[in-house]
Design a protein around this ligand. Structure first.
Ligand SMILES: Cc1ncc(COP(=O)(O)O)c(C=O)c1O
Length: 420
């Protein structure tokens, strides 16, 4: 045949895929593990460590595992698409408060997810599938947990940033954040850390949350809460959900990503939940049911159904008043030890008269401290002192203990004096 041109479509060519950079935090873990020095200090990974720098299985979790093991109904069957019902309902009450009117009015739907990351992803996917085109902007704090940007851009949503941290005072940048939210286009999504902000360790006060909610209401912005550290900020579960409860009381429709990795120490078990709360209205339950039906489709095509073990452990604890109260004691053990280490580090730096001010170490809360150390300091700390921490200057304070805090302070003192 002549004169007939065959249409060609561009083909998928794996040979043209560029190499991606390694994940900085996982690379840090590998470098730490490969370091054979006796002095190594791991302040990189965001996981609680005990007094001997070892992972800590919470006593409450040990008890829940024993209960599960003895339960004759315990098996390895598939969970329903939405996950373990007793886990979902308890997770809902934990984040919204057991007395939440949104729960009473059937305006909440909950899906068990692959921990907090999976919850952020499921929510992002829902927004990207059903938001009008062009897609709304997703506002993420600067800085934030780096994976926020990746998860939202991976599903094709445009990401913008709002200022969050004042480098000069090392405190929350309330005016920077509120100015940006004031000028954000109506309908934008705003990712908010519910408490114990990662990486800065600074949270808005309750008055500042009230101001943020006012602006978001006036500007019709959609709150997407990420709650990965409930119980790690104040040590109390019912205080760390203040912002979420306040936004729900104000009648917002909100999305919530919830993780049990840190507060139950179930990192590798991947227990988390995504919740959608509709605004109060006569259609609220119907909206929630329709959202749940679509989440079912998304969940089925992504993971089919979530993993069972971590959710079973969490469910046993969350649904037993005695274990729940023991868990609160475990949370105080973790948050208390972190607070003690903040104080020790500050005292050591003061004692050494390390140049700079270090009040922020004790003023910041949660698992992390944004130290203000530069990438050059971080590099020197790693090369010369075998201290491993994120390039941003973030340390996981949980990696400090009575055996290494003086060493770390000495290392910081040395690099701050020597390296610009
Ligand atoms: C702010 C924030 N969100 C979500 C997560 C997700 O954690 P995971 O997927 O382990 O529950 C983390 C973990 O570091 C985090 O810091």
């Amino acid at each position: 045949m002549t004169g007939v041109s065959k249409l060609t479509t561009p083909c998928f060519d794996p040979g043209k895929i560029p190499a991606a950079p390694n994940d900085p935090l996982y690379s840090l873990v590998s470098a730490y593990e490969a370091d054979t020095s006796a002095d190594t200090v791991d302040l990189g990974v965001g996981a609680y460590r005990d007094e001997n720098a070892k992972p800590w299985i919470l006593p409450t979790v040990r008890k829940a595992k024993a209960i599960l093991e003895k339960d004759p109904r315990h098996d390895h069957e598939y969970l329903p698409i939405a996950g373990l019902p007793t886990f979902n309902s308890a997770a809902q009450s934990l984040i919204l408060g057991a007395d939440s009117v949104a729960i009473k009015e059937n305006r909440v739907c909950s899906f068990q997810t692959i921990s907090g990351t999976g919850a952020v992803h499921l929510g992002a996917l829902l927004i990207s599938k059903f938001a009008p085109r062009p897609s709304p902007d997703v506002y993420i704090s600067s800085p934030s947990w780096p994976i926020h940007d990746q998860v939202f851009t991976n599903v094709g949503l445009p990401v913008k940033h709002y200022p969050y941290f004042r480098k000069d005072t090392k405190t929350f940048d309330v005016s920077g954040m509120t100015q940006t939210l004031n000028s954000a286009p109506k309908g934008s999504i705003v990712v908010l850390h519910a408490c114990a902000h990662n990486p800065t360790g600074v949270d808005p006060t309750s008055d500042e949350w009230i101001e943020i909610a006012k602006i978001m209401k006036a500007n019709e912005l959609f709150p997407f809460f990420d709650c990965a550290y409930q119980g790690f900020a104040t040590g109390y579960l019912s205080q760390d959900n203040f912002a979420v409860r306040y936004f729900v009381e104000q009648g917002f429709q909100i999305a919530i990503a919830q993780s049990f990795a840190k507060n139950l120490g179930l990192y590798g078990e991947r227990a988390g939940a995504f919740h959608f709360v509709a605004s109060p209205s006569s259609n609220a339950s119907s909206t929630t049911n329709r959202v749940a039906s679509q989440l079912s489709i998304l969940q089925r095509s992504e993971i089919s159904s979530p993993p069972i073990y971590g959710a079973q452990i969490a469910s046993i604890i969350l649904n037993d008043p005695q274990l729940l109260s023991e868990w609160e004691t475990d949370l105080l053990t973790m948050s208390g030890r972190i607070k003690k280490m903040r104080k020790c580090l500050k005292e050591e730096l003061d004692r050494l008269q390390t140049p700079g001010t270090w009040d922020h170490i004790v003023n910041q809360i949660g698992m992390f401290s944004f130290t203000g150390l530069s990438p050059a300091h971080v590099h020197e700390l790693r090369e010369k002192w075998h201290v491993y921490m994120a390039e941003t200057g973030r340390i996981s304070v949980a990696g400090l203990n009575d055996h290494n805090v003086a060493y770390f302070a000495r290392a910081v003192d040395n690099v701050v004096r020597r390296v610009l």
